[in-house]
Design a protein around this ligand. Sequence first.
Ligand code: SF4
Length: 172
Amino acid sequence: MASDKVKHVFGPVPSRRLGRSLGVDLVPYKTCTFDCIYCQLGCTTDKTIDRREWVPLGDLLEDVKAALVREPDYVTLSGSGEPTLYARLGELIAGIRSMTSVPVAVLTNGSLFWKPEVRKELLQADLVVPSLDAGTERSYLQVNRPHSEVTFERLIEGLEAFGREYAGQLWL
Ligand code: SF4
């Protein structure tokens, strides 16, 4: 039975693409590299590219372990900000994979894929779902309102590099 003590995990919620998706929230509310004009969570309160252990890794793993009794189809790293801002993302994915055969998905805006360490950590996920909203720099700046260091060139180069390196499922 679901426990009220679980703080960083929600669901499973029904997802059209992922079935019963158990969400894991890795960063504080609206901590993101973008401030998208359409964001359903409202304005970004901490626009950053600093990767931190926002929540202790042990707490996240404990919460996921407790929630696995709810039999999700996917454990989905997403939440109320950009999940690749979590500094111990690779260890988190590895830890989840060691405790269950339920596949791990990451929903991301792809903005940090230009960082080799982010790409390396994501290689362990079963499914990565990056979003790409704009085809030109101008519309990218207008729609995503990114952190100044996440240039359009970096965004595209990162996505291309990850596409070459990743052997799992990539749904762009
Ligand atoms: S990337 Fe996602 S969480 Fe971040 S501002 Fe855009 S829609 Fe919101």
